[in-house]
Design a protein around this ligand. Structure first.
Ligand SMILES: Nc1ncnc2c1ncn2[C@@H]1O[C@H](COP(=O)(O)OP(=O)(O)O)[C@@H](O)[C@H]1O
Ligand SMILES: [Mg+2]
Length: 202
């Protein structure tokens, strides 16, 4: 069955690792699968990556969260139209490393919540979203161990806010009938993967 499956979590939760494993697993089972990510590899996604790693910075100023909210939503529709929908239409299961839950958790925690929801109102609902639950301090330790340079939004206090944002987002979307499964992302990678595979089925 063709599906859009999304993996979500804090930076360092393991979404990139598990997206790759899930695509490999589906293919090994004979299911055509395509792995992708957000920010996407399209033009707006590339711009976002540059902005997140400090490109385009002007000393003494910060890029507004509302600007990120707009660009992430624009990237999502571009990603959907150019990459995700054509794959789904061709019968390929798509696994995306992040989707609109990230926008809601990162940019939609304050007064902008409804606006971020509106911006993402045309984005396809995933058939299944798996949230890899990892405490902010554990995610931070993993980022350090991996030698990653700190991106915008990655300081611990911000990640605690994002974790709360995810919690609210998951409750709200689940109440609307969206399927979101929360699993223990602090387990070893093989155990995390087994839990994802069990939810996805074959
Ligand atoms: N279940 C896990 N337990 C311990 N370390 C993990 C686990 N999953 C991923 N890692 C490690 O944590 C780091 C972040 O993983 P990654 O998949 O890049 O996370 P994300 O894409 O969510 O930021 C990597 O160094 C990865 O090897
Ligand atoms: Mg990643």
């Amino acid at each position: 069955m063709t599906r859009l499956i999304v993996l979500e979590g804090l930076d360092g939760a393991g979404t990139t690792t598990q997206t790759a494993r899930l695509v490999e697993h589906l293919r090994a089972r004979g299911t055509a699968a395509h792995g992708t990510r957000e920010p996407s590899d399209g033009p707006i996604g590339k711009l976002l990556r540059e902005m997140l790693t400090g490109g385009h910075a002007i000393a003494g100023t910060q890029i507004a969260q509302s600007t990120f909210g707009l660009l992430f939503a624009a990237d999502r529709l571009d990603h959907l139209q150019r990459e995700v929908e054509p794959k789904l239409a061709a019968g390929v299961t798509v696994v995306s490393d992040r989707w609109y839950h990230s926008s809601l958790a990162y940019q939609g925690t304050g007064a902008d919540r409804d606006w971020i929801g509106t911006l993402n109102g045309r984005a396809r609902r995933p058939d299944l979203t798996v949230f890899l639950e990892v405490r902010p301090e554990v995610a931070a330790q993993r980022r350090v161990a991996a030698g990653r340079a700190q991106e915008l939004f990655e300081d611990l206090r911000m990640q605690e806010e994002v974790a709360a944002g995810y919690k609210a987002t998951i409750a709200e979307l689940s109440a609307q009938g969206e399927r979101i499964e929360v699993i223990d992302g602090e387990a070893p990678p093989d155990a995390v993967f087994a839990a994802i595979a069990a939810l996805v089925g074959t």
